[in-house]
Design a protein around this ligand. Structure first.
Ligand SMILES: Cc1cc2nc3c(=O)[nH]c(=O)nc-3n(C[C@H](O)[C@H](O)[C@H](O)COP(=O)(O)O)c2cc1C
Ligand SMILES: [Mn+2]
Length: 496
């Protein structure tokens, strides 16, 4: 196993060695141009891009810091980030961790020690200082110095798209890290787009519930080792610290430093950190913004984030990402979520064999799950359980198929699912919370979801008719035809 990347720079170096990064020396505008270039590269499966000379014609500005984008936008780069040859290797580690039982006898406890020590060694470590403190700006700073992109034509402004937003729960003091976009309002104020279901929003509600103050401290890190950056987007259970999870994933603690003006810790090796606060009395209109769905998310109210200090490296690298019509970089983030969370899902539902979220479904619109069916109504139990999981709760359509179906083969899924359903009987609608980005639901954040039981139906489910066999040619005939194939002179490979 390789040694974890300490910071973004080590990852960039690795990407360059692997020919997975292209430096762009030409001046390119942060208004729309970077998006158009990155979108083309992204759709073609191209490399990460390091724009060395971002500029803004509108502001009449050449930025002093480069902009990295599409850093995790391929399977290969995601594997490089996690330092594995396949994401299933990480899934396996998570599975092993989950398989740990609480020790029963003394002998068990002794046996557990090495494993516990290993996990203990992944806890975030607070250190005295780090590169993110090379420059500390308490007075003289402005977001106008950062190459923040306007991504799409109808966007309401410039958006910081890959922040690691750190908050602490006013209820229990637990830390959370989430990636919530931030619209730049002015030199020292941004929006804080934590959606209603997300942990940052819950922390903010606790501030209100407790009634002890109107402000909540927030710290925002931009650019770090790739696993820490990824951890901010993972739909972890609310009370699980993303920095701890990042430490587990990279097999090395995340080093943290204390902020200057707020009581929070941030990655010591980050490229830059924005410190500040949100205020219950300062809620503003945010958006619109060209979003994951391939549509604009409309204007809505979100808290304003007030900056009190910026700390950074001497020559920081700004990290951005774009979302929009799929597939884009975020598809690969979703892919990582899918692979890493399969073991977590299986812990609660061992019957789940595999799952797939196709790019066109933009994470939450479609999830296909294969199960080993064991009892009547089993597919519906699985749907209901998925609608209760963090993240997956938003799944608008869930299609459940039998274990022999390859969920990654959409042709096979459609063929079998469409054959197996009696629509009125096998489709179930439920009402519940929907993703805040959902634009078709009857109300914001509330709407219906659909589960399709595409498993083979059983007599114990009231299906009294015989279920036909799937058509499969017998092995003998196949072998004979394989033998004949060359002589037939048909210009095709011998097997489909
Ligand atoms: C590129 C990207 C941008 C995102 N932007 C937002 C956002 O603006 N608001 C939001 O609530 N979630 C956004 N998300 C999803 C959250 O990061 C994700 O739900 C995460 O699990 C939230 O962390 P939490 O569960 O600790 O709240 C984004 C995800 C990605 C990959
Ligand atoms: Mn979280």
């Amino acid at each position: 196993m390789a040694v974890a990347y300490n910071d973004l720079r080590e990852f960039i170096k690795r990407l360059e060695q692997e020919k997975e990064l292209k430096r762009i020396a030409v001046e390119v505008d942060v208004d729309l141009e970077i998006t158009e270039i990155t979108d083309r590269v992204s759709k073609a499966g191209g490399p990460a891009l390091l724009f060395e000379k971002p500029r803004s014609a509108k502001e009449g500005k050449a930025y002093s810091m480069p902009l990295l984008i599409n850093a995790l936008g391929s399977k290969k780069r995601m594997e490089l980030a996690l330092e594995v040859s396949s994401l299933d290797d990480v899934a396996k580690r998570i599975e092993d961790l989950l398989a740990m039982k609480p020790p029963e006898g003394l002998l068990d406890k002794v046996r557990m020690l090495p494993k516990m020590a290993e996990i203990g060694s992944f806890f975030p470590k607070t250190v005295k200082s780090g590169p993110v403190k090379e420059v500390i700006q308490r007075e003289d700073f402005s977001l106008a110095d950062f190459p923040v992109m306007k991504c799409w034509p109808q966007d309401g402004g410039r958006f910081i798209t890959w922040p690691m937003v750190v908050t602490r729960s006013p209820k229990n003091g637990r830390r959370n890290v989430g990636c919530y976009r931030m619209q730049v309002f002015d030199a020292r104020t941004t929006g804080m787009h934590w959606q209603i279901h997300k942990t940052g929003a819950e922390h903010f509600r606790w501030l209100d519930r407790q009634g002890k103050g109107r402000r909540m401290e927030v710290a925002v890190a931009i650019g770090a080792d790739p696993v820490t950056m990824l951890a901010g987007i993972l739909p972890l259970p609310e009370d699980l610290d993303e920095f701890l999870f990042a430490g587990f994933l990279r097999q090395k603690s995340v080093e943290l430093v204390r902020c200057e003006t707020v009581d929070l810790e941030v990655p010591a090796h980050a490229e830059m950190v924005l410190e500040g606060y949100v205020d219950l009395d300062d809620i503003r209109v945010e958006g619109p913004f060209g979003d994951h769905t391939g549509y604009y998310s409309l204007q809505d109210n979100f808290p304003a984030f007030h900056l009190t200090c910026i700390t950074r490296r001497r020559n920081p690298i700004y990290v951005s990402t774009i979302v929009g019509p799929p597939p884009m970089e975020d598809y690969w983030m979703g892919f990582a979520v899918e692979r890493l969370f399969l073991p977590l899902m299986r812990q609660q539902m061992p019957e789940v064999v595999d799952m797939y979220m196709p790019p066109a479904g933009v994470f939450h619109n479609l999830i296909i799950v294969s199960i080993r069916k064991s009892y009547p109504g089993h597919a519906r139990k699985v749907m209901n359980a998925i609608w209760g999981l963090p993240g997956a709760m938003f799944s608008k359509c869930i299609v459940v198929v039998d274990d022999e179906v390859d969920v990654h083969n959409l042709q096979e899924v459609a063929w079998k699912a469409l054959n197996h359903i009696d629509p009125e009987r096998d489709i179930q609608f439920v009402l519940g919370p929907v993703d805040q980005l959902e634009h078709a639901s009857r109300l914001p954040n509330f709407g219906s979801k659909m589960g399709v039981d595409a498993t083979r139906k059983w007599a114990s489910e009231g299906f009294a008719r015989p279920w036909p066999d799937e058509i499969i040619m017998d092995g003998e005939t196949r072998k004979r035809v394989d033998g004949l194939w060359k002589r037939l002179g048909i210009d095709l490979p011998p097997r489909r």
